[in-house]
Design a protein around this ligand. Structure first.
Ligand code: NAP
Length: 263
């Protein structure tokens, strides 16, 4: 209880700045990844973004550069290990280091009934959503260990916490949440923090089939405590928190950002 005696109050300065940090965001060319790249740049980070299409990457890089902030766009398929390795090498040689890796690129090419799912769907989803982030994290963690520390953020999903119709996708995200916890346990000794974000439905191309139809949109809103759809910018604040010293004692956790899903 506050007694009116100011000398007993300790002032805490919380540092959300990313000044001087180098961040790589996969899938940074649109949607959630783009919002995080813009927010990180605004918070002072030098930003590298990757995806498969150069044109989309260049558009985001131009947007960031036009504000006088630095952005390096690089094509890399997240499930191709040689491309991931080349990506990290490019970031390291351009900026000299890598402090933050956001494993954000993700995909979901199959939403039909689980019983009809085929092997190709499992392979693509697991390779892009799980194996890609796994291998890129290992490669980045080795560089971070040499540097004396770093920070990894995995873009999971609420579907990795609660079962949904996005079955295989949900399994990949559940595994990513467990991978986050396991990496956090081991990488803590290298001063590398590993956390995850689990968004609910956010209006991006990936989830378009869910919210584009007005009827579906209304149904989603009905089940959201805050009564609206999420937008990519809703994820950026948590990403800055996890990437910055504001969360310096946080590792192995998953932040759910879903507007408060109601059943
Ligand atoms: N939107 C949602 O409702 C929602 C909810 C929960 C979690 N998430 C997760 O949030 C992350 C971002 O998704 P989003 O909604 O922002 O989707 P999005 O708008 O479709 O963006 C996906 C990004 O990932 C890139 N990408 C896709 N496949 C790739 C690959 N194989 N290699 C490299 N880059 C690839 C895309 O660029 P290219 O196509 O040019 O490669 C794009 O930059 C994903 O991990 C997703 O699972 C989204």
């Amino acid at each position: 209880m506050f007694t009116g005696d100011l000398k007993n109050i300790t002032m805490v300065t919380v540092n959300f700045s990313l000044k001087g940090k180098v961040a790589l965001i996969t899938g940074g060319s649109r949607g959630i990844g783009r919002a995080i790249a813009l927010a990180f740049a605004e918070a002072g980070a030098k930003v590298a973004i990757s995806a498969r299409k150069q044109q989309d990457l260049d558009a985001v890089a131009d947007e960031i550069n036009s504000k006088g902030q630095e952005c390096l766009p690089t094509i890399a398929h997240v499930a191709k290990m040689d491309e991931s390795r080349a990506l990290l090498n490019r970031v390291k040689s351009h900026f000299g280091r890598i402090d933050i890796l956001v494993n954000n690129a993700g995909t979901n090419p199959y939403n039909g009934p689980l019983i009809d799912a085929e092997e190709w769907a499992w392979d693509i989803i697991m390779n892009v959503n799980l194996k890609g982030p796994f291998m890129l994290s290992l490669m980045a963690a080795k560089l971070m260990r040499e540097q004396g520390g770093g920070n990894i953020i995995n873009m999971a999903s609420a579907t990795g916490i609660r079962p949904s119709d996005f079955h295989i996708y949900g399994v990949s995200k559940a595994a990513l949440i467990m991978l986050t916890q396991i990496m956090a346990r081991e990488f803590g000794q290298y001063n590398i923090r590993v956390n995850a974000i689990a968004p609910g439905i956010i209006t991006t191309r990936l989830s378009e089939s869910l919210w584009k139809e007005p009827q579906n949109k209304e149904e989603i809103i009905k089940h959201c405590s805050l009564g609206r759809l999420g937008v990519p910018e809703d994820i950026a604040g948590a990403a800055i928190y996890l990437a910055s010293d504001a969360s310096k004692y946080v590792t192995g956790t998953t932040i759910i950002i879903d507007g408060g899903e109601k059943n």
